[in-house]
Design a protein around this ligand. Structure first.
Ligand SMILES: [Mn+2]
Length: 318
């Protein structure tokens, strides 16, 4: 039995008030892990006070909404931060006002924080970590349909609908378990993948105008001007990140890839699937694209340079 998992379970059992945070600009895994955890704990331990805090994203409200809580709730509380590699990206700065802090994350360790830190990049998503955690402790923790839906949304999104290389047999086992709660995968998929009219038009522009480097990397730069022109916001644009993933004829061998660059909101996913290393030093300038070694199948969308810069300033990639 993994010690960290045991320590986390003990802490959850011990505290009456549990406040769950995740990263700013939340994606479906940030919200899915945060809200899945909240729903599972509320279902399993109804006497506990469990809260999820942070900004809300209209498009992802189907996963659940946030709690607005006063500062004094943090007194003697356990705070759990999901899916967040570094402190500056935690949504709601009160994360350190509790009595104990736990980090649960699947990104490569960038900044250690928390009294307990469970970081394991072998998981596809923070949602998968939590499903795995509670499956190991069935005596105190019970999944329900609502929690399963949240976790499913997180896993679906972070695995690119189970097409990325981070989809392991364990991932599918977790999903298989979640499916027994009568969730409706098609509804979750549709909710995650619905695109507004303007985003669809931008996507068409990407497909018509993407460029390819001499290393065989397909990319497209979305500038702020382009966003304004199409009337698309950053979150909507971030959902287009897989647009070039089906471009298979740029160079032979491209079809085997699962790599992509997701730079909106400071994310870069899976550029180096074998190392999973942070690429912070590489995003200073657009020219790094030219310097990338030729890895069969790499494709990416680059989004506004401004975001790449801010990702660099945060000096970490997820
Ligand atoms: Mn994640």
């Amino acid at each position: 039995m993994d010690n960290k998992k045991m320590e986390i379970i003990e802490a959850i059992k011990k505290y009456h008030t549990i406040i769950i945070h995740r990263h700013v600009n939340p994606d479906p895994d940030a919200l899915g892990s945060q809200l899945g955890l909240k729903k599972l704990l509320k279902h399993s331990c109804p006497s506990k006070e469990v809260y999820a805090v942070g900004e809300e994203v209209d498009k992802l409200l189907f996963i659940g909404d946030m709690d607005v809580i006063s500062d004094n709730k943090y007194k003697d509380a356990l705070v759990i931060v999901c899916d967040t590699a570094n402190i500056s990206r935690i949504s709601d700065s009160r994360y350190d006002h509790g009595d104990m802090l736990i980090k649960i994350d699947h990104h490569p360790e960038y900044e250690q924080f928390g009294d307990i830190s469970w970081v394991d990049p072998s998981y596809s998503s923070a949602s998968e970590m939590l499903v795995d955690l509670f499956l190991e402790f069935p005596e105190g923790f019970i999944m329900n349909k609502e929690a399963a839906k949240s976790f499913y949304a997180g896993i679906l999104s972070d695995t690119g609908n189970f097409t990325n290389g981070n989809t392991t047999p364990r991932t599918l086992n977790m999903v298989s378990h979640l499916r027994t709660y009568n969730i409706q995968p098609e509804r979750i998929h549709n909710s995650l993948n619905v695109k507004a009219k303007n985003a669809s038009r931008l996507q068409k522009d990407i497909l018509m105008s993407f460029k390819v480097t001499d290393k065989g990397v397909a990319y497209f730069i979305i500038t702020d001007e382009l966003l304004n022109m199409y009337g698309v916001d950053r979150l909507e644009a971030s959902n287009l990140v897989n647009t070039l993933s089906s471009v298979g004829t740029i160079k032979s061998g491209l079809s085997s890839s699962n790599t992509l660059l997701k730079s909106v909101s400071g994310y870069v996913h899976g550029i180096f699937p074998s190392h999973r290393s942070p690429v912070n030093s590489m995003v200073e300038d657009i020219h790094w694209l030219q310097a990338l070694p030729s890895i069969p199948g790499r494709r990416l969308i680059m989004l506004s340079k401004h975001w790449i810069k801010s990702a660099h300033n945060r000096a970490f990639m997820t």
